[in-house]
Design a protein around this ligand. Structure first.
Ligand code: SR1
Ligand code: MG
Ligand code: MG
Ligand code: MG
Length: 430
């Protein structure tokens, strides 16, 4: 008892917390060396407090959730239950995709604190590495594997309906869902006081606020986000939530996890990878002796988007077919028929059912990716991709092009694009 909820543990508090728990301290070093442990306080997230603690025997990542949004302050309260959700989500994701989610060593519900595996350098946050001009050939395959496994195995394609409903209750996450509904699907389309934009973009933003088709499309996606309970979605899979090296990718930060539309995670990462594509001209122009020509990185970004979608759909459908054929862990279940419809008869019928399903899924991915781009340009939470362009005029030009493309995906995208190659071709031509 007596925990002060309004104040973060801070450097000293984290050292003392770990040093007094031998099982945790063992990941870092002998408790008596605690004074020498290095504590890096990360400030690149919007919501929580993250500390990277290293010592003679290794390291730990400690994440602390206070009852408010860190980047806004106590005026925006946020349930600390997100910390429980994140701890359980990480455990689940680590079980389903062990190479692509960190291990949780400790969850403290009273303190809303998680101690997890320290993903050590040279692993680095993908967003910063992209801003620096780097590329990661293994990323697409890893993201595809993570998405296929975590989404398939938490969906009704793999679970019986009682297990699925229990999962819905366990991972409802109303506060964080409401946050997404507000900052992704609502505020960007209205003059909300928390929105911000590059000043030169204001006329474009005013036009968006008067854009009836865009507002209607965003409202429809918000309804989909609220009602399409298909699988446990990560809920915030942007490039700041991925730690990468040349040969590894680890997805972190699933505190937004809830039972939502399968389309959300693929759409989120695709939209977030299109933002640096559009920032590329502005970033390349200001590079000093470093990566001035970003053509190769642009190509990699678009290829990665294609490979994520194609890799995900191939792996997801393989899991589905395996389950339908009775060779997978859920072989006794008939995919998407658990609530009583008759089974598709034979491989051709299954293939037709899968094709129809993927067509709808892809249409939703395209539209949501558009909304994801738009919110990063005109909403509360921008990203370093565009914010790193120092010149206001150059940044506004990049943002305007991205905003138009986001609007295109949101409104016209589902009808205009039958496949991902068409989306990236349109981005390149935008
Ligand atoms: C207050 S908005 C915070 C944003 O940061 C998180 O990472 C999510 O993207 C959320 O929308
Ligand atoms: Mg963030
Ligand atoms: Mg995050
Ligand atoms: Mg987070």
């Amino acid at each position: 008892g007596g925990t002060v909820v309004g104040r973060p543990l801070g450097e000293e508090g984290v050292r003392a917390y770990l040093a007094s728990r031998p099982v945790l301290a063992a990941h870092v070093g002998p408790p008596e060396t605690a004074a020498s442990w290095e504590v890096e306080v990360r400030a690149d997230g919007n919501i929580n407090f993250v500390y990277l603690v290293t010592g003679p025997d290794g390291g730990l990542c400690v994440k602390e959730s206070l009852p408010y949004v860190r980047c806004v302050g106590e005026s925006w309260p946020l349930s600390r239950d997100r910390c429980r959700i994140e701890a359980e989500a990480l455990r689940l994701q680590h079980r389903l995709a062990p190479a692509h989610a960190p291990r949780v060593f400790h969850y403290d519900g009273g303190r809303s604190l998680i101690a997890m595996e320290f993903i050590a350098p040279p692993a680095t946050i993908l967003r910063g590495a992209i801003v620096a001009g780097r590329t990661f050939p293994a990323l697409a395959g890893h993201v595809a594997t993570f998405l296929a496994s975590t989404l398939f195995h938490t969906s009704l394609l793999a679970l019986d309906s009682r297990t699925f409903r229990a999962q819905v209750i366990k991972f409802t996450n109303p506060d964080l869902c409401a946050l997404t509904e507000q900052v992704v699907f609502t505020d960007p389309y209205f003059p909300s006081p928390i929105n911000r934009c590059t000043p030169a973009l204001q006329p474009d933003v005013d036009a968006l606020h008067a854009d009836a088709p865009a507002k209607a499309a965003a409202a429809a996606l918000k309804a989909l986000f609220c009602t399409r309970a298909e699988a446990l979605v990560h809920g915030d899979l942007h490039t700041g939530s991925i730690l990468v090296t040349e040969s590894s990718s680890v997805m972190i930060d699933p505190e937004f996890l809830y039972t939502g539309p399968l389309a959300f995670d693929p759409a989120k990462i695709i939209g977030e990878l299109l933002i640096p594509f559009f920032a590329s001209d502005g970033l390349g122009a200001q590079a000093e002796g470093g990566v001035a020509d970003r053509a190769a990185q642009r190509e990699w970004l678009l290829a990665t988007i294609v490979d994520i979608w194609e890799g995900f759909s191939t792996k997801f459908l393989a899991l589905w077919t395996e389950a339908a054929n009775g060779t997978g862990p859920a072989g006794d279940l008939v995919p998407r028929d658990v609530v009583g419809a008759s089974a598709p008869s034979g491989p051709a019928a299954l293939a037709a059912q899968q094709a129809a399903f993927m067509r709808q899924l892809f249409a939703d991915v395209v539209a949501i990716a558009g909304a994801v781009i738009i919110r990063r340009l005109v909403g509360i939470a921008h990203t370093a991709d565009m914010d790193s362009i120092r010149d206001d005029g150059a940044r506004a030009a990049c943002e305007r092009r991205a905003l138009r493309f986001g609007r295109h995906l949101l409104v016209e995208g589902p009808a205009a694009h039958a496949d991902i190659a068409s989306v990236v071709a349109a981005a390149a031509a935008a």
